[in-house]
Design a protein around this ligand. Structure first.
Ligand code: GRF
Length: 188
């Protein structure tokens, strides 16, 4: 069974979608560890409630490479095969990228390469696109720029608020992340 290490910073709904897919057998993997760089992340509570190992590894004030060395240590201690970023709000350095070369994936709430960075849903909404979506991609040093694994298109409907749109994208994210993992796990 391949071991997943999931990195979060907040709500953790993508992490939860993955954990539930593991629980009910849709995803043949084990969630070995959930790590948050923010101690107050709601996702850490969810992880504990699900009986998973939840590690708070605060990043505030820690230099980026030094932080990544701590991440590598926790992930290696747990024999992690694949690192899944799920709302992890911190850029990774070569320390992590080289240690887990080709084994770090991320989900982003737009159809990359459109609208990288923060508040991608709002960026798409403000631009006025009629179709946006979500992307699962490999992580490279450059933000939101690694090779694309899968995407789902999500329509922007006439009376949408940013919130309506964000909710529709999030539902698509949960499905897309699980499907992509099913695929990636057969290849590593
Ligand atoms: C998601 O929209 C994800 O695409 C982005 O950050 C958000 C995290 O949400 N990278 P959650 O913590 O998984 O609920």
């Amino acid at each position: 069974m391949k071991k997943l290490g999931i990195l979060i910073s907040g709500r953790g709904s993508n992490f939860e979608a993955i954990a539930r897919a593991v629980q009910d057998g849709r995803l043949k993997a084990e969630v070995a560890v959930v790590i948050s760089n923010r101690p107050e992340a709601k996702g850490l509570e969810t992880a504990r409630a699900l009986g998973l190992q939840a590690v708070s590894l605060p990043s505030k004030g820690v230099e980026r490479s030094a932080y990544d060395r701590q991440l590598v240590q926790v992930l290696r201690q747990n024999n992690v095969d694949l690192v899944c970023l799920a709302g992890f709000m911190r850029l990774l350095t070569p320390v992590m990228i080289q240690e887990f070369a080709g084994r770090i994936i991320n989900i982003h709430p737009s159809l990359l390469p459109a609208f990288p960075g923060l508040e991608a849903q709002k960026q798409a909404f403000d631009y006025g696109v009629k179709i946006t979506g979500c992307t699962v991609h490999y992580v490279i040093e450059e933000m939101d720029a690694g090779p694309i694994l899968r995407q789902t298109a999500v329509p922007v409907l006439p009376n949408d608020t940013v919130d309506d749109l964000s909710k529709r994208i999030l539902a698509a994210e949960h499905q897309l992340y699980v499907e992509t993992l099913q695929d990636v796990l057969t290849k590593i």
